[in-house]
Structures are given as C-alpha cells and as structure tokens.
Design a protein. Sequence first.
Length: 202
Amino acid sequence: MTVADMKIFGEKEVSTNLALNKNITGKWTGTNNDVTVNASKPLANAVNGNKSLNDYADFGADNNASSSYIQVDLGKVSDVESINLYRYWSDSRIYKGTVIALSEAEDFSNYKVVYNSDAENKHGLGVGIEPTYAETESGKTVTLNEVTKARYVRVYMHGRNNGNTNHIVELEVIGKQDRDTEVAIDISTLIDRLTILNEVDT
C-alpha cells in the first residue's frame, strides 16, 4: 500500500480568520431574547471581512443600557490564538465594559473569559481589570496566553460613553482548524495487492 492509499486526518491549516462569514446571532444577556438590531446594519457586517468604518453591525437600543452580546459560531471546535476587535472609531468614542469569552458549548455552560474591561460586572462574568480605551482604526488585539479550544465566541457590550447602542465594524478570530481530508482508496487496487501478497505467502 502506498501513501496515496492512506487516510490523512488532523492536518492543520495555517492561522486564518475563523470568524469570516460565519453564523452570528445576538441576545440580551438577562432575558436571552434576540437583541435589537438596526436593519440597515445587520450583525453579519461584523464578520464579512469589510473593515470600512461605516460597514458595522449595530445592536442594542438607545433606551436600554442592559448587557447584550453577539455570538459567532466558528463551525467546529478550533484552536483560537488571538482576537481582533474593530469598533466604530470616527469620534474616538469609548465603549463601556466589554467581555470576550470562548466556549466549546453553544449555551456557554463552560466558558473561558479572554478579555474583560467590565469593572462594574455588568455582564455577570466577573469584575474586569482591563482598562477601557478610545477606539481607533487599528482596533484592539487580544492575544491569548495559550491556545484555547473553542467553537463559539461571544462579545458582551452595553453601550459607549455617548449612548447605549453598540457598533462592531469587524470581529476577527485568529486560529487554526483541523482539516478533515481523506484520500480515497481504490478498493479494486487494494484487493489486487492483497491477492499478490497472499500468493507470495503461500
């Protein structure tokens, strides 16, 4: 049997943006109801690969300062290395306490917080120690201390210094996925080879 006859599993991809064009949803944290979304600025804008300032996802409500989050499904459990978060930056606004969390479970029954600037514990995930910051075109990069297994990524927000709505230009989740490739075996060729080996043995 040659290498071409063998199955190959677990080959690693190079690090890429795993969130690109993936499924994204949004919820109010307290009720788990769908979060209010600006119809002209859908959540999909946050993962479409476009970092133009005005191509952002707009969620939350002007009259509601409650915690809400977006959740991205990476499609399969992946090795997450870092996260890049770009939010509306034109006026150098400062978004209030933000939490980024990862989980292998869709319901986040188990999760790992990788970034937390929520000093008020508004999102209920613990008091954050990271400082808030003025937004810039460069965005915010969160490099994980260690590669973390996750399929789902959440970004929790509750408005900014001049309003209650949230605006994510782009969320990039950098990492690797197992590539499930398989080289098919020609069964007739395999049988012929086994027949020859059997004849040699006898």
